[in-house]
Design a protein around this ligand. Sequence first.
Ligand code: BTN
Length: 254
Amino acid sequence: MFDKDLYFKHLNTVSFGKNIYIYDEVTSTNDILLNGDFPKNSVVVTSLQTKGRGRSGRVWIDEGKSLIFSILLSELSTNVLMPLNIIAGYSVCDGISLYAPAKLKWPNDCVINNKKVSGMLLEASFTGNNSSKIVFGAGINVYNEVFPDDIAHKATSVYLNTGSKVYKEIILAKILSSMEKMINDYVDNKLYIENLWQTYSAHLNKEISIHINGSKTNVIERGILPTGELIVEDINTNNIKNINLGEIGYDFNS
Ligand code: BTN
């Protein structure tokens, strides 16, 4: 059940999410937009997702208590996909932070008190060097009161972090309002993702563990580059290294 009136009352955009398609159940909201023919900036939202995809071959398990949505973004050149991913993460944090302070674990897992509250997946189809379709999707644990034993130590929900009643429609409206403004500002060269990282990062200047080619290294997170790469300092050698998604598995301690 999705309250459209409540959503539109809080949506403050020119285009993002003005077309919203609400489903009771889908396999994957990303797939609906990737495979269908929808107007630009359409949003798909569902009450239940049965085959949610995550990053690195993971799955996103949905028990019907999450906000699950995807948005069809405008085509952009491939070198901005990583910054776009980061910006989308900032907006998801903004939406969740209406209720509880949410931060980002690079590149864009959203955490509250270091427990994951949202996962996101940006997918694109390509024609030559340009993307012909870009779809961003997020799953946000909103109403969950408990989690399965195997993930209980690392997962949380918005509800578990707030004393007040939570509305997924208001969270989605805020995410889209924030995302439209930030993406427009980015395209107009008025937003620098590297400057905002200090506001949104859960681990800036903290020790984290990363795995590069199977070996674990302890590093200090020092920021991000305009490309979205993570800047880390080796704890033993003080060498600075830039990490991009392709080359590491990561596992942040604290
Ligand atoms: C992750 O944590 O690995 C990313 C999870 C992304 C899940 C969302 S839910 C909406 C959208 N549709 C999908 O199939 N996946 C994303």
